[in-house]
Design a protein around this ligand. Structure first.
Ligand code: ADP
Ligand code: NI
Length: 219
């Protein structure tokens, strides 16, 4: 494929992702995608990954999200069908599908990404969940779910059943401990790791400050 052909596929993917995610308020809005694509391109350049595959997977990575579809499977089918209509190499299309299918955190239980391109896109998505923007996203998500910012009366996560936890008996602050503060140790590439460490320190300091204001006068 020539660069122009690749650019055309990327433009089409952008239009598709914008149409699918434009109105989303759950943290998968278009600007999340925009940030992930930009970061994926940056990391791909530094790590020597295929920029076209990374950018395409980043553009499409949340179209299949189960929160926006009947199921993960129907979401994946939608992405596969869309890709089948694009003049990209079969090999690249299959690679992008594989990356998107394996992106999610899943409590840290998913197998590691097989390819460098997959590692880059996963890192770019995870970096958007660490740092100042991530703080905003966590509170917006909690608000959308109807969960409180924090609630000292709620039992710790360890003593909840998985069902209680899924039913939203959680808080935004809980989500930092549950997931966001663990992400920096699940970063794949050295370039992303450096950014993650710095963003993590900011976010950890934020949570500490939140708790000290909660418990007293915040000094
Ligand atoms: P992604 O994999 O694209 O980062 P997620 O679906 O895991 O997306 O989450 C979207 C955003 O909402 C992320 O910033 C995430 O941290 C936040 N989020 C997800 N679940 C919760 C939750 N239970 N409480 C607060 N924020 C959440
Ligand atoms: Ni995402």
């Amino acid at each position: 494929m020539t660069t122009t052909e690749q650019d055309r596929v990327l433009e089409a993917a952008e239009a598709y992702a914008r149409a699918e995610l434009g109105g989303d308020v759950t943290g998968h809005d278009w600007w999340h995608i925009h940030r992930v694509v930009r970061m994926a391109r940056h990391l791909a350049g530094r790590e020597g990954a295929d920029v076209f595959v990374c950018a395409l997977a980043a553009l499409l990575h949340d179209v299949a999200d189960e929160k926006l579809n009947d199921s993960k499977e129907s979401g994946m089918r939608k992405v596969e069908d869309w890709l089948a209509g694009q003049p990209a190499r079969e090999e690249d299309r299959a690679h992008v599908v594989e990356i998107i299918a394996n992106m999610s955190y899943n409590g840290g239980a998913n197998p590691p990404m097989r390819t460098l391109e997959g590692q880059v896109v996963q890192d770019a998505d995870r970096l958007d969940a660490i740092g100042a923007i991530a703080v905003a996203r966590a509170f917006v998500y909690a608000g959308w779910k109807g969960s409180p910012i924090y609630d000292p009366a709620l039992p710790p996560r360890e003593s909840m059943t998985p069902e209680e936890y899924r039913n939203g008996k959680s808080t935004a602050i809980n989500h930092f401990h549950e997931k966001l503060l663990k992400l920096k140790d699940r970063i794949n590439t050295p370039s992303a790791k450096a950014i993650a460490e710095e963003r993590h320190a900011y976010m950890a300091a934020y949570v500490e400050r939140f708790m000290s204001e909660w418990d007293g006068i915040g000094e």
